[in-house]
Write a protein that binds this ligand. Structure first.
Ligand SMILES: [Zn+2]
Length: 301
């Protein structure tokens, strides 16, 4: 399985357009690499590619990734579809970049599919896509030989969804476990988990590599406050993500403890100390094996 980190930043990117914090200033000055909004691409056979979320920066990400360039004439594509983990605006916005692309299949948890109803109708007027329940049938197989299961990791309702709007049962945020049948490699992709949990810890323990919400890693209060913004306008507790299996032990200790899977934070806030090579948090976690990788990194599992 090949995995390309198309983007690794949270909703503001790095630098965030309206921010002059130390890290955004360093990115503008070229002292830190800039980062686009978080999403990734995977393939099991090098021909059939699937997107994990779609960021607002998707066009730039696709045009800067040679593996995803067309090679068979006008409008040929290597993309087969999209796996949405949740309904966050910066995870679904890139769908608009793909409108009119024939033959795509989009997986999402039921509440997210429902919340995207008007957008789905608009996109389907260009070219109808197949919209699938990511939690149905205990998993699904993607073209290219990848077996996928979705796992609930949170209940964060996107701010654009009215809190009292009817929604089908199911989690608003999921993680994906992707296994390559040929190589046996396992990726866990969990870019939007809110708070850590033993259930997530168990999921990660069986993987070769995990791409995790950067906010899961230990961070000072400023980072925790930043990831809670914006709060849902209707429901105060929507800023706290209740997780199945949450227990008294803090799984972050395991996330940072070798040996274990490769641990790569993604969806990093522009204020995250993990982006600052001089910060104690960066030194501690990279010293334990956590990898802070730039956009465009390709992994082989
Ligand atoms: Zn900033």
């Amino acid at each position: 399985m090949r995995v390309v980190l198309l983007g690794t930043a949270a909703g503001g990117g790095l630098p965030q357009w309206n921010c002059a914090c130390a890290l955004c200033t360093a990115a503008r000055d070229g002292r830190l690499p800039s980062r686009t909004r978080e999403c990734a691409a995977i393939t099991g056979n090098g021909r059939d590619w699937w997107l994990l979320n779609t960021s607002p920066d998707l066009r730039v990400q696709l045009t800067s990734t040679p593996a995803l360039w067309p090679d068979q004439g006008a409008r040929s594509i290597a993309l087969r579809g999209v796996l949405l983990t949740d309904g966050e605006a910066h995870h679904v916005a890139g769908l608009a970049e793909l409108c009119g692309t024939a033959g795509l299949k989009v997986y999402a948890p039921p509440p997210v599919r429902a919340a995207l109803g008007p957008a789905r109708a608009a996109l389907d007027r260009y070219t109808p896509w197949e919209w699938a329940d990511s939690l149905a049938d205990e998993g699904f197989v993607l073209a290219g030989g990848l077996v996928v299961t979705a796992h609930p990791v949170g209940a964060r309702i996107p701010p654009y969804v009215p809190a009292r709007a009817p929604a089908p049962p199911g989690p608003w945020a999921t993680a994906y476990r992707v296994e390559d049948l040929a190589s046996g490699g396992v990726l866990v992709y969990a870019p939007c988990v809110g708070d850590p949990s033993p259930a997530l810890d168990d999921l990660c323990a069986g993987a070769d590599c995990v791409l995790l919400d950067g906010a899961v890693f230990p961070a000072p209060d400023t980072e925790a406050a930043d990831r809670r913004t914006p709060a849902h306008p209707d429901v105060a507790q929507a800023t706290s993500d209740p997780l199945p299996g949450t227990g008294p032990d803090d799984p972050r200790a395991t996330l940072a403890r070798p040996p274990g899977p490769r641990r790569i934070p993604t969806r990093l806030s522009h204020t995250s100390p993990l982006l600052d090579p001089r910060s104690p948090a960066h030194a501690r976690l990279t010293g334990l094996g956590t990898e802070v990788l730039p956009d465009g990194t390709e992994l082989e599992l």
